[in-house]
Write a protein that binds this ligand. Structure first.
Ligand code: PHE
Length: 357
């Protein structure tokens, strides 16, 4: 027995890998292994012999098994050490000059917008890009067969015959997040929701996917005056000019009453657009006082609370601020365009640190 023990412990110590260990296990304590065969001899022994040999064999088997387990763990540790050595990476190495990636203007502007509204007490809400037609339309006071549904050029998700889940759409605007936020948070409430939206449309100023930022403030005694102040404050901070003039034009959205489209003052100087100067106007958003039916759909009592809401095109205000002429280029992933219009990854926009530089 001592010979067996010495032989197998030595073999285990010298095993190079798991396969070798397994071969040793089979040879020693496997069904037909040497130790197992010895155990089978116990039956032929006298009871006295058995009383000595039995426990000794069991102890030998335990010892071999323990050695196998320990060696297996040791081999795994060694393999991990090897791997860590091979995959070592010096993260303090400087990036290769001129080959950094850049932040896309849409991401940059989203960060800028978020920084400005955060300062005014708005938090960031999110909703799904594939939503039910209830959230995208009905809850926003756009019933089926309302002409606004057709105007939106909606992408409907495919449904098999007999599928009776509610119809889903690619959201046509960020306004469904108004409803989701009211449901989740109740009143009072102050959120913005930046994100992608979809409409079947494609030309120099329209792409089938684009970005909006929704704004919603619900409280007691909210009026159009609050909306106007918030937006003017926003434009001054965003375009980094004092006192951008705004023009509120009466408009219509089913989910706001009254509704207004908002233009900002601008002018063209040598083919460059200047915001906050001259006597031209550029439309940048839709807005209004949240319709009582919309508050009710979000579970908020319209007799007690009012709110304003707006929806602004992120790509549009990015084009205006950074002088980008064609919307389609935003989504073509042309590296030359990205290097030209992209932003440094390490400059995080903040109001105090500077938004765009
Ligand atoms: N959802 C509207 C659109 O996409 C914009 C809007 C949002 C208007 C909120 C009013 C209030 O055109």
């Amino acid at each position: 027995m001592d010979d067996l023990k010495a032989k197998y412990l030595e073999q285990i110590a010298g095993a190079a890998d798991e396969a070798a260990l397994e071969a040793i296990r089979v040879a020693a304590v496997g069904k037909k292994g040497e130790v197992s065969l010895q155990m089978r001899q116990l039956g032929k022994m006298t009871p006295e012999e058995r009383q000595v040999a039995g426990p000794a064999l069991n102890a030998l088997k335990d010892e071999i098994n323990a050695a196998l387990t320990a060696k297996k763990a040791g081999l795994a540790d060694a393999a991990l050490d090897e791997r860590l050595k091979a995959e070592w990476l010096d993260v303090t190495l400087p990036v290769r000059a001129g080959r950094q990636g850049t932040i896309h203007p849409v991401s940059q502007v989203t960060e800028e917008v978020t920084a400005i509204f955060a300062e005014m007490g708005f938090s960031v809400a999110q909703g799904p890009r594939i939503d039910t037609d209830w959230y995208n339309f009905d809850a926003l006071n756009i019933p089926s067969h309302h002409p606004a549904r057709a105007e939106m050029d909606t992408f409907y998700m495919h449904r098999d015959a007999g599928d009776n889940r509610p119809p889903h759409v690619l959201r046509t605007h960020t306004s469904p997040v108004q409803i989701r936020s009211m449901e989740a948070m109740g009143a009072p409430l102050r959120i913005i929701c930046p994100g992608g939206v979809y409409r079947a449309d494609y030309d120099q100023t329209h792409t089938p996917m684009f970005h909006q930022v929704e704004g919603l403030a619900v409280d007691r005694d909210i009026s159009m005056a609050n909306l106007k102040w918030v937006l003017e404050e926003f434009f001054a901070a965003y375009f980094e000019v004092e006192g951008v003039k705004t023009r509120f034009r009466a408009s219509h959205f089913p989910f706001t009453e009254p509704s207004a489209e908002v233009d900002i003052q601008c002018t063209w100087v040598d083919g460059q657009l200047k915001v906050g100067e001259g006597d031209g106007w550029m439309e940048v958003l839709g807005s209004g006082m949240v319709h009582p039916k919309v508050l009710a759909a979000g579970g908020i009592d319209p007799d007690e609370w009012q709110g304003f809401a707006f929806g602004m095109g992120i790509d549009r205000i990015a084009m205006l601020k950074y002088g980008i002429p064609d919307l389609r280029a935003f989504f073509e992933s042309d590296l030359r365009w990205l290097r030209h219009y992209g932003f440094s990854a390490l400059d995080v926009p903040t109001l105090r640190g500077g938004l765009s530089r």
